[in-house]
Design a protein around this ligand. Structure first.
Ligand code: FAD
Ligand code: NAD
Length: 405
């Protein structure tokens, strides 16, 4: 009998977790495993805010996919997926086509701009490793230009961060540490620099523990970060952003850098598959298959699952993507072996937001943490993700060992 082909799209947390679990359990005589990703490297999306602020090098954030897959068992194809035909079971990429018996879609997230005018064009997004590098270099360029221009335009030194969710807050934490370094490097007085977070909801980190939120805001304000809360960004222009302050009241913030961190959606390729979706996220069955499709699994940020307790979708996180990858691998193997699939239930261990590499807030195993303890825990979580995918070798090579900072 022909060996089935398992085609995995995307080598983020969901895709790589699927592949490393498949390669552990399947022999070369049992299936052909093919992994397609647009880069030859994986990047730790959860560290991108550090690369964007310039507190961590982009090289440290990424690693070669071939370092963690068993090339004797998995064929890696570096290509950009362009279309997924679920009727014909064909995936088209920029370098060719692939057929499959089982498809795993793990194409991850994109920044969501909600159709707000100008944002696509005039804001930057912490979307991938090169986008993060662009943000770092853009900010450095603004500082360098200010320092040499005759007639100084102070708005070059204003950085607006749209959204005070986890991404916005973590990025602000890094900026809080990075701005003094930039000031020193480019001879810029600190008081000339403004970092302003604009949040639409009435609070920072909406829905998170208020005591921890208060701590985070205090710490960030102490590092000179300003907050504009309950004031949605309604437009971006080449000069900055327009913010709604009241019924008919608007404020224009002139800024040399606008970073949009106000939410994510799934990969837009999902919207062209014909599979029912909400902002490119598919409400998957309990075994992670797309509704009505026996041979298509969706994991990570392209998948949507409802938390029965809150009746709201689980937030798209790396934590869940990796757990889904493991379950997806088990379920694909079950189908190949003619066994029943299992239900996926996330095992949520908590949530921690860093506030720079020396501070954090979070809840882990039901306990609230702040400061160095939380920061220690965040680095352990980051290292654990490396360990789960690439074992001790990868953890030693890429891990965070300034644990007590
Ligand atoms: P991704 O990690 O987005 O991976 C998708 C992969 O698909 C990428 O390799 C991409 O290059 C590839 N790809 C995309 N399009 C194509 C294409 N057309 N062709 C080929 N390949 C393609 N979650 C946590 O749990 N904890 C955290 O601390 C945390 N911190 C975060 C910090 C930041 C700054 C951000 C932005 C997110 C953070 N998250 C965190 C959320 C987490 O990063 C995502 O939930 C997670 O990355 C989703 O994993 P994924 O595998 O679905 O997708
Ligand atoms: P998010 O949806 O969690 O937060 C986006 C924020 O932007 C919200 O507070 C929202 O009110 C605000 N917003 C929306 N429209 C706005 C507007 N027009 N103007 C101003 N503000 C606006 O998105 P995120 O922070 O990008 O996070 C995405 C996912 O990644 C989440 O699931 C999050 O939990 C996860 N994540 C986790 C971590 C962590 O665990 N440390 C870190 C980063 C991201």
């Amino acid at each position: 009998m022909k060996r089935p082909t398992i085609l995995v799209l995307g080598a983020g947390y969901g895709g790589l977790s699927t592949v490393v679990n498949l390669q552990k359990s399947l022999g070369t005589d049992e299936a052909d495993i093919v992994l397609i990703n647009k880069n030859e490297y994986h990047y730790e999306s959860t560290w991108l805010h550090e690369a964007a602020a310039g507190t961590l090098s982009p090289e440290q954030v990424r690693y070669d996919i071939k370092d963690v897959i068993d090339v004797g068992k998995v064929e890696f194809v570096q290509a950009k997926v362009q279309a997924i035909d679920i009727q014909e079971k064909v995936v088209t990429t920029n370098v060719g086509t692939h057929t499959y018996d089982y498809l795993v879609i793990a194409l991850g997230f994109e920044g969501e701009t909600f159709g707000i005018p100008g944002l696509d064009k005039y804001s930057l997004s912490i979307a991938n490793v090169n986008a993060a590098r662009q943000i770092r270099e853009h900010i450095e360029y603004q500082f360098a230009t200010w320092s040499i221009e005759e007639e100084k335009d102070d708005s070059r030194l204003t950085i607006v961060v749209g959204g005070a969710g986890f991404t916005g807050i973590e990025f602000l934490g890094e900026l809080g540490n990075r701005v003094p370094e930039l000031c020193e490097e480019f001879d810029v007085p600190r008081e000339k620099v403004r970092v302003i977070c604009v949040e639409a909801a009435p609070m920072v980190l909406p829905g998170f523990d208020p005591e921890l939120v208060d701590y985070a805001v205090r710490q960030l304000k102490a590092k000179g970060i300003e907050f504009s809360i309950g004031t949605p960004v309604v437009e971006a222009t080449p000069e900055g952003v327009n913010v709604k302050k009241g019924e008919d009241e608007f404020e224009f913030i002139k800024a040399g850098t606008v970073v949009w961190a106000a939410g994510v959606r799934g990969n837009r390729l999902i919207e062209e598959t014909g599979i029912e979706n909400m902002r490119a996220r598919v409400k998957v069955e309990s075994d992670l298959r797309a509704p009505g499709l026996d041979d298509v699994f969706i994991v990570g940020d392209c998948a949507l699952m409802i938390d029965e307790e809150t009746n709201r979708p689980y937030p798209p996180t790396a934590q869940i993507a990796m757990q889904q990858g493991e379950m997806c691998a088990n379920n694909v193997i079950a189908l190949i072996k003619g066994n029943p699939t299992s239900e996926f239930t996330p095992d949520l261990k908590g949530a921690i937001a860093s506030l720079g590499d020396d501070d954090a807030i979070g809840v882990a195993f039901g306990k609230k943490l702040t400061g160095k303890k939380a920061s220690f825990m965040k680095k352990m979580v980051d290292n654990r993700a490396l360990y789960m995918i690439g074992g001790l070798g990868l953890t030693i090579k890429k891990g965070k060992f300034n644990l007590l900072k």
